[in-house]
Every structure is written in C-alpha cells, then in structure tokens.
Design a binder for this molecule. Structure first.
Ligand SMILES: [Zn+2]
Length: 230
C-alpha cells in the first residue's frame, strides 16, 4: 500500500513554494499597479496639454468667427439693417422666389443671406459681398420706390446681385455677367408670379422716391447724386 501522506519536509517545501508564488504574484501586481500609475500620470499630463491646446484653438476660432460675423454685417459704407421696416425674411423669400423662377427651382446660393441694409455709404441700391456670402438691398431706397416701377427696381436689384453672386468675383460686369443677368431678367421681370415686393407703410427717405429712375443698370436720383448697382 502506497503511503500518500506527505512527509513534513515535503509539506514545508510545498508551503515554501506557495509563499514564493504568492510573493511573486504580489510583486507582479505591484509592478503592474506602478506601471499603470505611471501610464495614468503620462496620460493625464498629455490630456491636460492637449486640452489646453484645444482650448486655445477654440478660443482663436471663436475670435475669428466673431470677427467674421462683424465683417458679415457691415463694411466700409454699408451696414445690414438692425431694425428693418420689412423683415429680412421677406427679402430673403423674395430672393429665393427670384432664384427658383429664374433657374427652374434649382436651389442655388443656399448658404447666402439676403438682407436689408443701409448702403448710402457706397451709393448703391444693391451690394454683393462674396466674402460674407451676403446680398444687401438698400432698404430706404427700395421702399421709397412704389408701384410697378418700385417693384421692378427691387427685382432688378436682386437679379443683378444674384448674377454677381453666381459668377466669379473677377467677372464684374463682363459679358458673362450681362448674359446671366439677361437670362434672369427675361424670366423675372417678365413674370408677374413672383411674390409681390414687400411693402412698407412709411418710407424713411421719401425725398429720394421722386425722380428715381430705373435705367437698366443705373438708378439716377436728381439732387441726391447718382445711385448705381454694385
Ligand atoms: Zn454690379
């Protein structure tokens, strides 16, 4: 019969081996913890660095956007109306109707804004600001016009600026511009289905209504100098 009972020296050896194994595991666990702590420290430091960098970047971007917003709403000689008599949305809608009509419902210039403005500083009825993706119409002048002529002036101004917006900046009033504007006007100025121009109850500059002539590209107002499309 085999004696399976372990001798005391054998037991001691096993106990030793267990202790050694436990100590080794303990040491490994501590090493692992240490490595983890080190990695965590590096990670935290890196995250802090990246966070600071990101924050700086965001701040710079916000500042840029603030500047861009400022540029977008005013420039030398022009300023988007802060309290227009007719809501900006009405002008925007009219412009969208013009585009839809002229270009067979193609949703052109989707990210452009159409705003009433004071353009007296640039002596213009309309202004196209490609850098700000903005088309301005002088509100006092546009609302001073009345009846069919006033409506034609407003539509003509919008068409003119839309043509500018659709073409490269360098095109200016070149041949391509004339063709584009002509094709828009053929549809827009001949069609009576474009939503009626928004009307205002009172005009802030009625004196300019008298003698304002629409002559294709230029609007002349005796006594107030010459106003022209930009
Ligand atoms: Zn022009």
């Amino acid at each position: 019969m085999m004696n399976t009972t372990l001798e005391p020296w054998q037991t001691a050896d096993i106990e030793d081996a267990r202790i050694v194994a436990r100590q080794r595991r303990e040491r490994e666990r501590r090493d692992e913890e240490e490595r983890h702590a080190k990695w965590l420290a590096v990670k935290t430091k890196m995250e802090a660095k990246l966070g600071a960098k990101r924050e700086k970047l965001l701040a710079a971007r916000a500042q840029e956007q603030g500047k861009a917003a400022l540029v977008a709403n005013e420039g030398p000689g022009w300023k988007v109306a802060t309290r227009p008599q007719v809501p900006h949305e009405a002008l925007e809608q009219l412009a969208r109707n013009v585009i839809a009509l002229a270009f067979h419902e193609a949703p052109l210039l989707p990210d452009w804004r159409f705003r009433w403005a004071d353009l007296s500083g640039v002596r213009a009825l309309g202004l196209c600001v490609p850098s700000a993706k903005l088309i301005c119409v002088d509100e006092p002048l546009a609302l001073a016009g009345s009846g069919a002529l006033g409506r034609k002036m407003l539509l003509g101004t919008l068409s003119h600026e839309i043509a500018h917006a659709l073409l490269p900046v360098g095109e200016s009033h070149g041949e391509q511009f004339k063709r584009t504007l002509g094709s828009i006007n053929d549809v827009v100025l001949a069609d009576d289905d474009v939503a009626a121009a928004p009307a205002a109850s009172a005009s802030p500059r009625p004196e300019l209504a008298k003698g304002v002539m629409f002559s294709g590209k230029r609007v002349e107002s005796p006594g107030a100098g010459e106003w022209e499309f930009r």
